[in-house]
Design a protein around this ligand. Sequence first.
Ligand SMILES: NC(=O)C1=CN([C@@H]2O[C@H](COP(=O)(O)OP(=O)(O)OC[C@H]3O[C@@H](n4cnc5c(N)ncnc54)[C@H](O)[C@@H]3O)[C@@H](O)[C@H]2O)C=CC1
Ligand SMILES: O=C([O-])C1=[NH+]CCC1
Length: 357
Amino acid sequence: MSTKPPVYYNADAVRRFLTWPLVNNAVETALTAVVKHHCQELPAQSFAIQPKRSFTACGDHSGKVLLTMPAFVGNYRLQASPECSRELGNHRSTLACKLVTSFRDNPERNPPLPSIHAHVLLFDNQTGQLAAIMEGTDLTTWRTASASVVATKHLYFRRFGVQAEKEMPINVAIVGCGVQGQIHAAAFCANFRVRKLNLYNRTEAKAQEMAEQLQRELGTESGTQILVCRSANEACQDADVICIATYSKEPLINIKDLKSKQGVHINAVGAGVVHFSEVSPDIYHQAKVYVDCYANAEAELKGFPVPISAELGAILLEGNYPNETDISVFQSMGMASEDACVAQAVHDAIVSSADDS
Ligand SMILES: NC(=O)C1=CN([C@@H]2O[C@H](COP(=O)(O)OP(=O)(O)OC[C@H]3O[C@@H](n4cnc5c(N)ncnc54)[C@H](O)[C@@H]3O)[C@@H](O)[C@H]2O)C=CC1
Ligand SMILES: O=C([O-])C1=[NH+]CCC1
């Protein structure tokens, strides 16, 4: 009996196929698959089996950790994308496991390294054999920003109607200009009409560097004004949407930093000691809070100050949007199902492009 070795997709092979339409579609698919008992009238319903992820500390250093993130996403469909015409319309299932490390001091190394490194293992769900190993660092970066884009579309723009995400200009604040801050800025400029982008980072030079890089990428015609701010307060004061992605153990944004009496949406992405340390409890007390997945929240948001309003996927399915003046928070933890669906979409696109050539 011969066993085929798994295919290896390196970072370059994956990066070529990461586009916002492909990643957003796969992330939306995963977010809705984790919602239990939705749309019971539909015969073919997607679903996810997503056990709790494990955290293995690297020795006694709390800032160095390995996460294992397994998922089975069953009976789902990915939308057509320019990258892949293969197997569209078919219901499919994916068995995958992401291995990801978070070593928060890596950017201080000489030379600096990213904090997060990942690989996704894709299995043949008929035989259980390992079919592919995919470099998953960029995939993690993109899918995390994509979850914030999807959250912003449904929790912020949709309060103002279905055209708002295409037509309404917004001011965006980025708090934390590391890898996640950078991809969030790029994602928001690519997916929405960003009038003003306020950047704040603990080390100002990093925010300045990011502003210059983004300005080059967007070009002079872009219509987005980029501003480097001295404090999180300055960055957030006129922001409609805030993306915060740091390792801070202390709150960096407080209720007094937000626009008053107007709607604000916050994507809370980072994790200090716990997932919710970078946002002040006084914000949570006045906000409607949404998570990617209840089961993850139960395991990882112990001591969270307020009840959770809903899973984001349920809002996608049911359209129960916040009110215009609400403060909403998407408490992003990251889900294995997102990694599974994005890895599958990238895998299909790679195979489809090889078939075409
Ligand atoms: N929700 C999700 O799905 C994901 C969450 N993350 C989390 O996002 C956060 C950022 O990740 P990366 O951008 O990859 O890391 P990074 O190391 O590239 O950037 C971290 C940023 O946080 C800032 N920072 C660190 N400690 C701080 C403090 N005490 N006060 C103020 N700023 C501080 C740094 O200046 C830097 O800008 C991490 O907490 C990471 O665990 C990462 C991937 C997925
Ligand atoms: O979901 C994810 O991949 C991660 N969340 C925090 C660190 C990595």
